[in-house]
Design a protein around this ligand. Structure first.
Ligand SMILES: [Zn+2]
Length: 413
């Protein structure tokens, strides 16, 4: 129904615009360059025939596809983000198109010997015979989440061009800064005006998610005492050693590299320090609310214990909640998950319902009053040079959006 060439052209036009976000910036969007794609998207939405196309002072884009039926249908929405992860450069992306993938190694970059291999990334074998879009090995691709934007724009365009498909009012929303955890925080849920929505921000074909981590960040600061090493006996407190003690007191196996499924973790991602002061930056993740709270307590308690050993506050800790499991907000309206599942089944896509080991814009939006499960966008190996997306998956996700729109209207006759 939707031509591959058309999809590729649209996707390439998005990923070749650098929209890397920056966690160290306080502005929204966090980087001025995100406006480049945001402004282009606004124009494109108008060109394909969307109505009420708006962009606010923080670059949040919204648009409407009006209903084409007489009866009342709940307003639904589709959301994706246009920034890319600061984990890896998103400048000068040179997408490589590999038609009819043969299931073998893909040389991303011969000069630098960068290979995308199914020996390591077995998912590749799911897509034998399909058209893959990869990087040239020097940047990320940005399928996260420009595949999602491609799908939403293409679905709206398709519905506009095929008015025989009956649907209610549809709202679309594109956000900046999802990758730095701020995609939803300035999203005007009331203005969006949808009863529920879906983020198009998952990975493999069929993914459908309504559970995600509860998340917090912790900064542990160890305050040492610097004294001339020649005269330090009984006086110096080396914050680095205390930091090591702190690190080793947390369960070594409850870390990202040792956990999967519903297992939570402590993740130490940054250490900076010298004798005088060492800072440990952690993220804490758990699907289960109680376990999540317990993890925060463990970190707190450990600080208290060390402090009591030294008889003063050598360890201070600051823990901030980041987002919560959307399950709590989606379960009361499970029909919105069932609907997406039914859409996939009707399109011969096997639904893969699983818990996200992360968060999405949707988890925050769900807590802001817009229940918002997550649907596959098709890409793999996000946030790095091995990122790739099969064009066929983008087309399938586009079809899922159209089918959800159609089912929502037919079920509310
Ligand atoms: Zn994403």
């Amino acid at each position: 129904m939707i031509s591959k060439e058309h999809i590729i052209k649209r996707f390439v036009s998005y990923v070749t615009v650098d929209t890397e976000s920056d966690p160290n910036s306080d502005t929204t969007p966090s980087t001025a360059k995100q406006w480049d794609l945001a402004n282009a998207l606004v124009e494109e939405l108008k060109v394909i025939g969307m109505e009420d196309v708006t962009i606010d002072e923080n670059a949040y884009i919204m648009a409407t596809l009006p209903s084409n039926v007489d009866h009342d249908v709940p307003v639904i929405g589709f959301v994706s983000h246009f920034d890319t992860s600061p984990d890896f450069t998103g400048a000068n992306v040179k997408p490589q198109i590999h038609e009819n993938y043969d299931g073998k190694d893909i040389v991303l970059n011969a000069e630098k010997d960068i290979i995308l291999s199914p020996d390591y990334f077995e998912d590749l074998l799911l897509y034998k015979g399909q058209t893959l879009i990869t990087t040239d090995g020097t940047t990320l691709l940005g399928a996260d989440d420009k595949a999602g934007i491609t799908e939403i724009v293409s679905a709206m365009e398709y519905l506009i061009q095929n008015p025989e498909i009956k649907h209610g009012k549809i709202r679309v929303g594109f956000t900046p800064d999802e990758e730095i955890g701020r995609g939803a925080h300035k999203f005007d849920v009331e203005k969006f005006g949808a009863e529920w929505a879906y983020t198009m921000d998952g990975s493999q074909v069929g993914e459908l998610e309504y559970e995600n981590f509860n998340a917090a960040g912790a900064v542990v600061t160890i305050h040492g005492k610097i004294v001339h090493p020649g005269y330090a006996k009984g006086k110096m407190i080396n914050s680095i050693y205390i930091a090591t003690e702190y690190i080793n007191s947390l369960p070594r196996l409850e870390t990202p590299e040792h956990t999967e499924g519903y297992e939570g973790f402590f993740h130490l991602h940054t250490v900076t320090g010298d004798v005088d002061e060492t800072k440990l930056e952690y993220i804490i993740r758990d699907h289960d609310k109680e376990h999540f709270e317990a993890r925060k307590e463990v970190m707190q308690k450990l600080a208290t214990e060390i402090n009591s050993q030294y008889g003063r506050e050598v360890v201070s800790i600051e823990i901030k909640d980041q987002y919560f499991n959307m399950k709590e907000k989606v379960e009361p309206v499970m029909h919105i998950v069932d609907l997406a599942e039914e859409a996939m089944i009707q399109l011969d896509i096997k639904p893969l319902i699983k818990a996200i080991r992360g968060g999405t814009d949707g988890s925050q939006l769900s807590y802001m009053g817009l229940p918002c499960p997550n649907i596959f966008a098709g890409g793999h190996n996000f946030h790095g040079r091995y990122e790739y997306v099969p064009v066929e998956s983008i087309i399938k996700a586009t079809e899922v959006i159209c089918k959800i729109a159609e089912l929502t209207a037919s079920k509310h006759k």
